[in-house]
Design a protein around this ligand. Structure first.
Ligand code: SAH
Ligand code: F3S
Length: 433
């Protein structure tokens, strides 16, 4: 009987790609098969996120549950960004954890598996570790890392500490990965990096200086590749050339993530984001001018230290002006080893909660208004998943989630769909052709 692996993946798409790589390594070298039931697993992995504090606290209670209920002899490993920043403290607090494997060390999974209490969290920039295994969770699309780490110094963010400096992956390797994904039958690739549009600024070895716009052009030459998505671009690096390529290249999906963080230029300065409210709005205007059909998503932090009512009103103002299609909003969470950890002008918890609720209610109102306008419109949908009740779901080019009545023969197919009813998170339609 094969050994069983249970893996829980938290956080961003980069973690999902890291998990795919670990699953592939464990299958290939150790004969593991994945399971959805941790109680029958021989190895339990948690691939953690450390961007906010709450998930870190939850990690230890979850580890306790795994320990109590796991199969006799099963190993537990903690991987990812919390592994990177807490290191051996994890084993001190939860001595039954077999190993700790940092976000930049996932290629060592089969090594640490055989060591007792191994803690591998060193950050290296060895290009031989950039090529991940081909295993993909979805047969319809594939994630590809295009850079690792982050060189920015956003004062709230722990990521540069857990994932290290920003290094671009050679374009030849990225194109090769994309080709493999397409050869396996998928039609969509999803490029990943903390600042994708800063691609090409620095490589680990000697490589041709290719910027993100040029990388997109090269990737779009791949025959049978139909859709290119990416996350996250940084508003600071959104130059005209990039926006124009985004608008004019038919293979690039027309949905842009523009992480605002705050609408107040003063708070943006305290966050060291490198742009102002005006610059952000100017880039949105340029994007809308070049590509009116593009949807825009964002990340907003409320109650950053020193955020006054007036500062918060600036975030509200940007939300009202831009009318984002999706907002990931968070209360500021102080993180260790960041500059803002030492800021003293903390916003009252109750004020923070009120601001978050206000922003989310406002966004829902905007969304209901926008969704109502989709009724009767037609979108080309790429079907990817079976939903309950005999539905098949997929995404439009501009990233709207759409379902139709149907079965698995639609999976991996493109269809023109007319929207017949509206929900807040998913639209329902019928197939035209
Ligand atoms: N490079 C990515 C950000 C990665 S972190 C980007 O620019 O989009 C993902 C999101 O988590 C951030 O955009 C931010 O909104 C949120 N975040 C990061 N640190 C945080 C903190 N300390 N408190 C609350 N939210 C945070
Ligand atoms: Fe974090 Fe800012 Fe980089 S949010 S990942 S330091 S761009």
């Amino acid at each position: 009987m094969s050994k069983k692996l249970f893996i829980e993946t938290l956080g961003c798409a980069m973690n999902s790609r890291d998990s795919e790589h670990m699953i592939a390594e464990l299958k290939e070298k150790e004969g593991y098969e994945t399971t959805d039931d941790f109680k029958e697993a021989d190895l339990i992995l948690i691939n953690t996120c450390s961007v906010r504090e709450k998930p870190v606290q939850k990690l230890f209670s979850e580890l306790g549950v795994f320990y109590k209920k796991k199969k006799e002899g099963a190993k537990i490993g903690v991987c990812g960004c919390t592994a990177s920043h807490l290191g051996d403290e994890i084993i001190k607090r939860a001595p039954y954890v077999s190993f700790v494997l940092g976000a930049r060390n996932v290629s060592k999974i089969t090594e640490v598996l055989h060591k007792e209490r191994a803690v591998e969290i060193d950050i290296n920039y060895d290009e031989s570790e950039f090529a991940f295994k081909d295993f993909r969770t979805s047969p319809y699309k594939g994630f590809i890392n295009i850079s690792i780490g982050c060189d920015k110094t956003c004062t709230f963010c722990i990521v540069p500490k857990t994932r290290g400096e920003e290094i671009s992956i050679p374009d030849a390797l990225i194109i090769q990965e994309a080709q493999k994904i397409v050869n396996a039958g998928a039609k969509e690739i999803f490029l990943l990096g903390q600042n994708v549009n800063n691609y090409g600024r620095r490589f680990s070895g000697e490589h041709e200086k290719v910027n993100f716009t040029e990388l997109l052009r090269r990737l779009s030459k791949i025959e049978k590749l139909e859709r290119i998505r990416f996350t996250s671009p940084h508003p600071f690096h959104m130059d005209d050339e990039f926006i124009e390529e985004f608008a004019s290249n038919p293979k690039i999906c027309k949905s842009m993530h523009m992480p605002l963080q705050s609408g107040s230029s003063k708070v943006l300065k305290d966050m060291k984001r490198g742009y102002t409210k005006e610059w952000f709005l100017n880039r949105v205007a340029k994007l809308r001018q070049e590509c009116p059909e593009a949807t825009i998503s964002t990340d907003i932090i409320v109650a950053f230290p020193g955020e006054s009512d007036e500062d918060f009103a600036q975030s509200v103002d940007v939300v009202k002006q831009v009318k984002f299609d999706q907002i990931f909003s968070f209360k500021y969470s102080p993180r260790p080893e960041t500059e803002a950890e030492h800021f003293t002008n903390i916003v009252d918890e109750e004020v923070a909660s009120d601001r978050l609720s206000y922003l989310q209610a406002l966004h829902n109102e905007i969304l209901d208004e926008k969704n109502a306008q989709q009724l009767g419109k037609t979108f080309k949908v790429y079907f990817e998943a079976l939903n309950q009740g005999g539905f098949v779901a997929g995404r439009s080019d501009n990233n709207l989630l759409i379902k139709v009545k149907g079965s698995d023969e639609l999976l991996g197919q493109f269809r023109e769909v007319k929207i017949t009813s509206i929900g807040r998170t998913i639209l329902t339609g019928e197939i035209l052709a």
